[in-house]
Design a protein. Structure first.
Length: 386
């Protein structure tokens, strides 16, 4: 390979056989000037040039090792803002607190408005048909997910740690009723109860990298809004870099690898006996307010071969409602056997709507047909491909 040097004129080879091109002193000076200019040019281009539209690198989210309940770790990284106008670079990792109002810097708050403590309260509940839960001046709306905890025992009909849904029936400023499914029948309670009961509301917080362009300061913000967080004063650019779920009074543990977010423990969201063969809408524990690809573990079983669900099909609610069948390809799991009893499982992926919902249908359903589905995690491209 030729090399360039300011060797004396006429020297054009070396003992190793490497060819040299001799330059005069003035030529060498000119080349040195050009090389210096090119270095300056490309250094400047790298520092100030626009990242590609949708660019996002690093900025990995994780539960903090010291306070995983309330704190989120954000790795260093960079991205293009969501208007494609600014590069945003986080040079060093940050630790941000979801239980505190936003303040610039590591080990400070990240909430744009409100408090997470406002989503939990001690409550009382009736043993009645339906069960009525009292929480004075609660912030709940129909469709909200709630989870109960207790120091004693909940009434029969309710289980601590199970997700329930606030329904419109009986919803007042200080009381609400719950169902096992979104918009479902109110739950009745019986038996006895003891201890102090607490309700926790499940909420999705969307995590943003934000930029104050007049100073170049970059920080992290958490908001219930999937598109329009309340920005701190003078911060004028943002980009959603992920979403987390606040459940049972804590940031639900997860692991992120690029666009893939996996729950530390799978969440069993569906367990239906005799679901019928019509389309059902199912809600999964994935971020609310955005569309994601839910990663599901599904299972079909029956006590006899005639009870098996046949084809099980989960689909995007914005797509066509297709009857599941092995013949038409509309299935994620085929469950059929000549055995007296069988249970078969599979892992699949399906797009949710912005309410964390998908469509579920089975081909066959009897009193002994059981379909279960747990969410393992989700894929969120975070604006990279839009």
């Amino acid at each position: 390979m030729p090399t360039i040097s300011n060797a004396p004129s006429g020297e054009n080879s070396s003992p190793t056989g490497t060819e040299k091109i001799a330059l005069s002193g003035s030529q060498w000076a000119s080349l040195t000037t050009i090389r210096a200019w090119m270095k300056t040019f490309f250094d400047t281009l790298y520092a100030t040039g626009a990242y590609p539209t949708g660019h996002l690198h690093g900025l990995t989210l994780s539960n903090d090792g010291t306070d995983p309940t309330n704190d989120l770790d954000i790795a260093a990284g960079n991205c293009r803002d969501d208007t494609d106008a600014q590069n945003m670079v986080l040079d060093s990792a940050l630790v941000k607190k979801i239980d505190a109002a936003w303040a610039v810097g590591t080990n400070d708050g990240m909430l744009d408005t409100g408090t997470v403590s406002g989503w939990s309260s001690t409550v009382t509940m009736t043993i009645a048909s339906p069960c009525v839960v009292t929480w004075n001046s609660h912030p709940l709306a129909a469709g909200d997910k709630v989870v109960f905890a207790t120091t004693g025992a909940l009434p029969t009909g309710l289980t601590a740690g199970t997700t329930y849904y606030v329904i419109s029936a009986g919803l007042t400023a200080s009381a609400f009723e719950i169902s096992a499914t979104p918009g479902g029948a109110a739950i009745n309670t019986s038996g006895s109860q003891s201890g102090t009961h607490t309700v926790h509301t499940e909420k999705t917080y969307h995590i943003y990298q934000i930029l104050r362009s007049d100073t170049g300061v970059v920080d992290i913000l958490a908001s219930l809004s999937a598109s329009s967080p309340t920005m701190p004063a003078s911060y004028d650019y943002k980009r959603r870099i992920g979403s987390i779920i606040w459940r049972a009074g804590a940031i639900k543990p997860f692991v992120q690898n690029g666009d893939k977010f996996m729950w530390s423990t799978p969440v069993a969201d569906v367990s239906d006996t005799n679901p019928g063969i019509s389309a059902l809408t199912k809600t999964f524990t994935v971020p609310f307010g955005i569309k994601v690809d839910a990663i599901l573990s599904i299972q079909g079983t029956g006590t006899a071969n005639t009870d098996l669900p046949g084809a099980i099909y989960f689909s995007d609610l914005e797509g066509a409602d297709v009857a599941p069948s092995g013949a038409n390809g509309a299935y994620h799991l085929l469950v059929s056997s000549s055995a007296a009893s069988v249970s078969i499982g599979a892992i699949t992926q399906v797009m949710t709507n912005a309410s964390a919902q998908v469509r579920m249908r089975v081909q066959t359903s009897t009193a002994s047909t059981v379909v279960r589905a747990a969410v393992l995690g989700w894929i969120d491209t975070r604006g990279r491909l839009s």
